[in-house]
Design a protein around this ligand. Structure first.
Ligand SMILES: Nc1ncnc2c1ncn2[C@@H]1O[C@H](COP(=O)(O)OP(=O)(O)OP(=O)(O)O)[C@@H](O)[C@H]1O
Length: 675
């Protein structure tokens, strides 16, 4: 299956009428162009509504000083996704959430929030920003409320319609990114809320749909990719292009998830491995970007189709100015560099969406973060960005104001990006897949039956201590062994008795019966009774053995023993394919390098020839005895296709320093020759 990637479209390309707006309670628009802000202008001076940290509002008349900063007025709150049919077209959902702890109620803040119009305005220069959501700095505002307004829509489309979704939290250190993404026990964050929705859907869906969930959890720390589920070893995993998911991390663990509890447990484990330290603004600051990816395969058993979708949830590290601690400074440099790369990518995408720089290079490869987010940012995913800010007070740390400005500018640019996202295609299951699926379903049914049996058995016979799977298997095997022996013994016994009966019947019994003695009929009756009992016992043992065998099978299946051979073959095939793909990619890269080197060698050969030519010319020009020798300066310019060639730039200087004439070689030869 291939992921449909749609390039970002410029604003100008959306002129047709659209049908219905996104299901977010937004107003209907007649054309896409209506979604754009009227213009990037100052707001006129008007009575402001100022949000206090408690969420209450004050009316404050203000006059508008002239300020160049006012040009950062962003797109007004608009429906972020306008659904035609397909693809989803619109903008990124951008929401602003202030940390209620850093807005001082007793002192006025340099920022005013107008909840009704989702606008935040700087009271000094009146520059104003509008977004999909601007939340009040209210301590009572729960993550759930923020989640439902800003990202539940994306999770729904991921689950129900096969769209990829990306949610990330961006903002200064200590502004509330981790709080929003992870939350706490009393107020679960976006990650837990999204997982809750996903498993709720899976558990309550119809019988005709099968789901397979897997996940991976990584952090980018000092530009190294680390698997948070396998953090015992220091790693720097590699990113590769992937035809299905856009990018993939080579060697990252991707466990199959069976329940909500399992995934939450794994995330907790990953969180414990994440790098955190105290900074000037946060006692437990995340020093890395964390990315959780949940992959969902939805199998329609009736249509025999499957569809893949990925939900990525990123808690970015916070930007921070220089600190005195050397280690924090180093981390901070990496964090700021990658955030700058993200900001540059967002800015270029925003320019493109505004019709500028249509073919401009987007530097996704400037950081691991942008490289990983590349598929999402280049149009394969619905996106929601939560920007967290510190409102501060007029007299508080000036850094708050500067950083809040930076975050709002970033948010405004992100809001300007137009995206057109196709849902992932559904692919037909092959006959082999269907058979595999049927087998899996049969196994699931059998497992469930066995589980029921075990539960029934355990209800009557509760063990004193919990048994491990292995000890249970060993016990069942031993019991089966004993019972088989008993069964054999009884079978032999019955056979013997049957033979005796036949003999008796044939020779003596008739005589005995015929003689009519009481003793004979008594012994016959006893004998028959005995046979019946033995047969009954044999049936009982057979039943019990069957039951134990089923339990054994179930244990094998739970432990994957029965499937080991097949799955290890599949795994080795998959592994082999992945290694092959990696090697092919490396071969391609090496070929590219070889090509570049070929260019350079060609260029240098030509240069040498020209230099010889120049030398002989110079010899003719000068009197050949005492005059100054000319400079021969040759530069091999980088080929346009690959900037990495810059390292091969060469200059040859032959004294004296001053150039006298120049010969230009066509650029295609990659050489400029100056004499
Ligand atoms: N909306 C909020 N409501 C209540 N408490 C909050 C809120 N936002 C942040 N906090 C509190 O502020 C502190 C810092 O928040 P958090 O750790 O989430 O910041 P951060 O942006 O992730 O910082 P860093 O980038 O340094 O990791 C925490 O103690 C958190 O509980």
């Amino acid at each position: 299956m291939t992921l449909q990637k749609t390039p970002l479209r410029s604003r100008a390309s959306f002129t047709g009428p659209l049908s219905t707006p996104a299901s977010q309670g937004t107003t209907t628009r007649s054309s896409y162009t209506d979604l754009r802000p009227p213009s990037r202008t100052f707001r006129t001076a008007s009575p402001r509504i100022m949000a206090s940290s408690s969420g209450s509002v004050n009316q404050q008349p203000r006059s508008r000083p002239g300020s160049s900063l006012g040009t950062f007025s962003s797109r007004p709150s608009t429906p972020s996704f306008v659904r035609t049919q397909e693809p989803y077209t619109g903008s990124i959902i951008v929401s602003i959430r202030p940390n209620p702890h850093t807005s001082n109620t007793s002192q006025p803040s340099p920022w005013e929030i107008d909840n009704s119009s989702n606008t935040i305005t700087n009271t000094n220069d009146l520059s104003s920003f509008s977004f999909d959501n601007v939340f009040a700095p209210d301590i009572r505002l729960t993550n759930k409320e923020v989640y439902y307004k800003s990202c539940s829509h994306i999770v729904n489309n991921f689950m129900n319609n096969g769209y990829n979704g990306t949610v990330f939290a961006y903002g200064m250190t200590g502004s509330g990114k981790t709080f929003s993404m992870k939350g706490d026990e009393s107020d679960p964050g976006f990650v837990e809320l999204a997982i809750g929705e996903i498993f709720n859907k899976i558990e309550n869906d119809n019988l005709h749909t099968e789901y397979e969930v897997s996940m991976n959890y990584l952090e980018i720390y000092n530009e190294k990719i680390i698997d948070l589920l396998e953090a015992s070893t220091v790693q720097d995993l590699k990113i590769r292009d992937d035809p299905v998911h856009g990018t993939r991390i080579v060697g990252i663990s991707s466990p199959i998830i069976k329940s909500k509890d399992q995934i939450l447990e794994l995330i907790r484990k990953g969180d414990n491995n994440r790098k955190t330290s105290a900074t000037d603004f946060n006692a437990r600051s995340s020093r890395s970007h964390s990315i959780l990816q949940i992959r969902l395969t939805t199998i329609d058993l009736i249509d025999k189709t499957e569809q893949h979708a990925t939900l990525s949830m990123c808690d970015l590290a916070g930007s921070e100015r220089a600190t005195s601690n050397l280690e924090r400074r180093k981390e901070g440099a990496f964090i700021n560099k990658s955030l700058l790369a993200l900001s540059t990518v967002i800015s270029k995408l925003s320019q493109m969406s505004n019709g500028n720089g249509a073919n401009e290079h987007i530097p996704y490869r400037d950081s691991k973060l942008t490289r990983l987010l590349q598929p999402a940012l280049s149009g394969s995913s619905l996106i929601s960005i939560l920007c967290t800010i510190h409102l501060g007070s007029v007299s508080s740390n000036q850094q708050f104001t500067a950083e809040t400005y930076n975050t709002l500018r970033f948010a405004a640019r992100a809001k300007d990006i137009l995206i057109s996202v196709e849902r992932n295609t559904t692919s037909r299951l092959s006959d082999g897949d269907s058979l595999r699926l049927i087998e899996e379903l049969k196994r699931t049914i059998e497992n469930q039956k066995n589980e029921i049996n075990i539960l029934k058995l355990n209800a009557n016979n509760v063990p004193d201590f919990p048994m491990t799977d292995n000890s249970r298997i060993a016990q069942y095997e031993a019991e089966i062994g004993i019972l088989n022996e008993k069964l054999e013994h009884f079978t032999r016994l019955t056979d013997l008795q049957k033979t005796e009966t036949v003999i008796l019947k044939n020779d003596t019994i008739n005589d005995i019966l015929g003689s009519g003695t009481n003793g004979s009929s008594m012994s016959m009756a006893n004998f028959e009774e005995y046979c019946k009992r033995v047969n009954y016992e044999i049936e009982e043992y057979k039943g019990y053995i069957e039951h134990l065998e089923m339990q054994l099978k179930a244990s094998y299946q739970v432990n994957g023993i029965g499937r080991q051979e097949r799955s290890s073959k599949e795994m080795s095939e998959k592994h082999f394919e992945a290694v092959l793909r990696d090697q092919e990619e490396e071969i391609l890269q090496l070929k590219e390098m070889l090509k570049d080197k070929d260019h350079i060698i060609k260029g240098l050969t030509k240069t040498t020839k020209l230099r010889r030519l120049a030398d002989s010319n110079v010899a003719n020009i000068t009197d050949g005895t005492s005059g100054p020798k000319p400079i021969v300066r040759v530069a091999v310019s980088p080929t346009r296709s690959n900037k990495e060639n810059e390292q091969y730039l060469r200059e040859f200087n032959i004294s004296p320093k001053k150039p006298k004439a120049s010969i230009d070689i066509p650029e295609s030869q990659g050489i400029k020759f100056v004499i």
